[in-house]
Design a protein around this ligand. Sequence first.
Ligand SMILES: Nc1ncnc2c1ncn2[C@@H]1O[C@H](COP(=O)(O)OP(=O)(O)O)[C@@H](O)[C@H]1O
Ligand SMILES: [Mg+2]
Length: 343
Amino acid sequence: MSDLTNTGILSAIADHDGAVSIELDRVTKTYPGQRASAVEDFSMSIQPGELIMFVGPSGCGKTTTMKMINRIIEPTSGSIKIDGKDVLSINPNELRCHIGYVIQQIGLFPHLTIAENIGCVPKLLGWSKTKIAERVDQLLTTVQLDPGQFARRYPRQLSGGQQQRVGVARALAADPPVMLMDEPFGATDPITREKLQAEFLRLQATIGKTIIFVTHDFDEAIRLGDRIAVLSERSQIEQFDTPAAILAAPANDYVASFIGQGSALKRLALIPVTEAALGPAAAGVPAVEHTASLRDALDLLVLTGADRVNVLTGTGPAAGSLGHAAISAALAGAGHAHGQKVG
Ligand SMILES: Nc1ncnc2c1ncn2[C@@H]1O[C@H](COP(=O)(O)OP(=O)(O)O)[C@@H](O)[C@H]1O
Ligand SMILES: [Mg+2]
């Protein structure tokens, strides 16, 4: 019987293009002996392949909400469905083999090599040694660690950023359709964090998993998320929308306080230069790539004191140029539905 109930999730794994939906319906968690709930009536629909950010202060219930999805914590009430299947009907150990999980403390096994750490879930799933070894090599390469150099090392022989990459590789090992990431880059220094974020964005563009990513860093949420849920006490959803929509129109003072200063600059970082109305290319002015954001263009204007910057097309002549007025106009014209990310 348990085989039957598990078919849905397992077949979703087998199908490599198969990102899945996640549906939480009125999920509540009250810890034993506590009067107030840690999570109260939490409902959310997540589309296949979406990267959803949970952002909120320490103690607001982010981790509790996330851990109910892979049943490290059992909900007090409510339902959670992955790909339409009730997770409570699936054996929790089996469920966890098919949900990638990355945490801030990384949690690599210290007495296992990097290769063994990454291969542990495939091993549980009964993969052959050859298949596991191939997968380990592929994943180390994916997270930009040379397999020849790192596979046989132990976790303590890696830097924090390298260990975090291994944590991501391990979570991806069995190609799970769902990834849960709890402040995965929270313990790294700002430069490493920035690199990990950029790598992660590139990775997600190719793997297209359904991901829930917890952070207390609103700027990280803006940079990575397709949609952001701004959470307050008891995991109450104050706003759930695209980064651009939240920046352009915060739902209330609470959300506005999270955005903090400089919301126009943050919005500019989300808009590609190609969205602006470009004038003719100018002579003797600095230039940005066509993949740059309006914030990059403004940065260069301020830095150089030029009144225009050219936008390059890659190989050919510049596509055009823009100045302060075009940047302001693009910001004013950017509707509430900006979904794209500039990375
Ligand atoms: N095992 C537990 N027993 C009792 N209370 C807990 C437990 N885990 C977390 N809490 C409480 O639940 C609330 C939410 O915690 P958590 O989900 O860890 O928040 P966050 O991840 O947003 O920092 C906090 O008030 C925390 O103290
Ligand atoms: Mg937490």
